[in-house]
Ligand binder design. Structure first.
Ligand code: ASP
Length: 440
């Protein structure tokens, strides 16, 4: 019998998890899910995070040393960053256009606003986002730059500071090119081997993905308690989802035009990473799987994927910036219509771009940075908790959708950069048991 493709298994796991979550909601079994089901999802995410740091380090150092040419590194870096900025700008413009045309925030009744305000204004989740945003805001203007340079690489690895690890790996990769080849070889071989091992770990961890997504989805469903509020926010949520779907269409267009590959083929190959992004709401946790899919199933050379994907997971969040544009304007439409000026929307484009670079690749990070976007246009601070309360109820499902787009964007750009550097090859997928026979 033909084996069921991984993305189907994951989809089935997700569907069953959703159904199970609804059943548990109906029989008041939420506690059972959090005690006995959710931990399996957590274990899965922990395992993915566990391998993310060694994977970035190994693949980036090996990739850079394989390029054998510093000018090529420069070219790849410039191309990657420029395409990332361009796609993010497209995302924000799509978001702003939709929200200005559909105007989901006008016409929301006073009673609904009052109800949402009462329920979420003093919610711990909203307070947490505001507190995190104020920590970000209090830092000096160049703090983000300073934060790229680690003073202790082990601390950076321990805290999974992606940009610091990327900086260190680039620095080391370049220095490996600058020393005589025979001196560099043992280190390069070491990272090559580490890279192979971690990729095998991804294959093994993915065997449990269909079960893990069951747990993750069931846990998401039990958190939805007020469907009435969800329905009131439907128009806003549909604007975000519609924009995100347009973004996926834009990526497929880019893949077709620049790499001449079929869009359906691209989607099929990358789908396991998209489904995990959706289930985990974290581009960082999904990164190992994105790297595996892009290298082995899309055929992007390690030299390119090792750089483009970790950088993308950290700084390229098209879905997040599209969401921030829509959410900011939606909130203004509801509670601060006088702020809806053309200048403010231009400021939103710029700050949402920076916010997407500054957002951490973890659940809900986009909402924290939304506070900074709102503050940059002079949004009254006393209205901020109400603003966040307005969109809080649908944040999780939208986070799942925008993370899927974030990951798809990174994969798309890695294909385009690879093609432009002649580093896009025929894919060579590997299975977890390629060498199993010999050692079992
Ligand atoms: N959860 C998103 C990510 O990890 C970030 C966000 O939009 O909250 O890509």
């Amino acid at each position: 019998m033909k084996k069921l493709a991984l993305h189907w298994k994951i989809l089935i796991g997700m569907a069953l998890g959703i159904i199970f979550g609804f059943i548990m909601n109906a029989v008041s079994g939420q506690q059972f899910v959090s005690d006995w089901i959710a931990p399996f999802g957590k274990i899965f995410i922990n395992l993915l995070k566990l391998i993310a740091v060694p994977l970035i380090l190994a693949s980036l150092i090996k990739g850079i040393s394989d390029l054998k040419d510093i000018s090529k590194i420069k070219r790849m870096g410039l191309r990657t960053i420029s395409i990332y900025i361009a796609t993010t700008l497209v995302a924000i413009v799509i978001g702003l256009s939709i929200v200005n045309v559909v105007k989901p925030g006008t016409g929301m009744s006073e009673t609904t606003i009052e109800k949402i305000k009462l329920k979420y204004e003093n919610d711990a989740g909203v307070a947490d986002k505001l507190q995190k945003a104020s920590v970000q805001k209090d830092a000096g203007p160049l703090q983000a730059l300073v934060d790229i340079f680690p003073s202790n690489i082990f601390k950076a690895m321990g805290e999974a500071k992606m940009l610091q690890i990327i900086f260190f790996a680039l620095f080391m990769g370049i220095c490996l090119l600058l020393i005589p080849e025979q001196k560099a070889k043992p280190m390069i071989d070491l990272f090559d081997s580490l890279n192979e091992i971690v990729m095998k770990m991804v294959d093994l961890i993915m065997l449990s993905a269909p079960y893990a997504v069951f747990a993750l989805m069931a846990n998401v469903i039990i958190a939805f308690d007020d469907t009435e509020i969800l329905l009131k926010l439907l128009q806003y949520a549909l604007c975000v989802v519609g924009g995100l779907i347009l973004m996926i269409g834009f990526y497929l267009f880019l893949v077709t035009v620049f790499t001449k590959k079929s869009p359906m083929w691209f989607l099929k190959q990358i789908s396991p990473a998209q489904l995990l992004a959706f289930s985990t709401s974290s581009s960082a946790a999904t990164l190992p799987v994105t790297m595996e899919r892009v290298e082995e199933h899309l055929g992007v050379d390690k030299e390119v994927s090792g750089f483009v994907l970790p950088v993308g997971a950290t700084v390229n969040m098209d879905g997040t910036s599209l969401y921030q544009g829509i959410a900011a304007v939606f909130i203004m439409q509801v509670i601060w219509p006088e702020g809806l000026t053309f200048t403010n929307q231009i400021v939103i484009i710029l700050t949402a771009l920076l916010a997407s670079i500054g957002s951490a690749a973890v659940p809900s990070a986009g909402m924290v940075m939304l506070v900074i976007v709102l503050e940059s246009i002079g949004f009254p601070s006393d209205l901020l908790p109400i603003g966040l309360a307005l969109i809080f109820a649908v944040d999780r499902p939208l986070d799942m959708c925008r993370t899927t787009v974030n990951v798809t964007g990174d994969a798309t750009v890695s294909m385009i950069v690879a093609k432009s550097l002649d580093k896009l090859n025929d894919p060579k997928p590997r299975e977890w048991d390629d060498h199993y026979e010999a050692v079992k």
